[in-house]
Design a protein around this ligand. Sequence first.
Ligand SMILES: O=C(O)c1ccccc1NCC(=O)[C@H](O)[C@H](O)COP(=O)(O)O
Length: 207
Amino acid sequence: MARTRVKICGITRLEDALTAIEAGADALGFVFYAPSPRSVEVKQAAEIIAQLPAFVTTTALFVNAEREFVDLVIRDARIDLLQFHGDEDEAFCNSFSRPYIKALRMKPELDLNAEVASFSSAQAILLDAYRPGMPGGTGEIFDWDRIPEQHPAPIILAGGLDSGNVAQAVAAVTPYAVDVSGGVEQSKGIKDANKINMFVNEVTRAN
Ligand SMILES: O=C(O)c1ccccc1NCC(=O)[C@H](O)[C@H](O)COP(=O)(O)O
């Protein structure tokens, strides 16, 4: 079985980015969605990213953003991957000069296979908890049994993960990667080095 990758989302500070990388995280997420308490300015993200070492994937997260804004972020920050958390369709997601991840929130009525099929150009599908009015970062888990054993695409598991449940999640779902935000924070947008280290260690232990 391949090693489960780790993405730490909601990075707002260089020290948190470097802590995550030092701990062994594969990817960092930057939230370009103003209503989020983890939102970053383009300049702020660009300055952090410019100081990162090689071989770390940087992900820019959007919720129903204007095309011009996505292009501006790609132009001004060294972004490797886009992550769409809103109602964007495949044509929009696939129309930029970067590969993308599509986030799907696990609404009770969601037909997962059909949704995944409608984003066949995505590099991976991120599955997150559903809470009305919150496009992400809920800190809540969902019923992992809803994910079929045969994954229809590479799955990034998100939603309420922390060092106490991530090993169980990896064993239950065998995702391509796990994504965490609130579970490694001391407060919204501020990461906790101990929690990051414990989280990455638990994923490593589960592999
Ligand atoms: O983190 C946010 O504030 C956020 C806001 C709007 C859309 C997405 C957002 N986060 C997306 C992520 O990738 C989170 O890591 C994911 O939702 C899991 O969050 P958490 O349950 O806090 O680990």
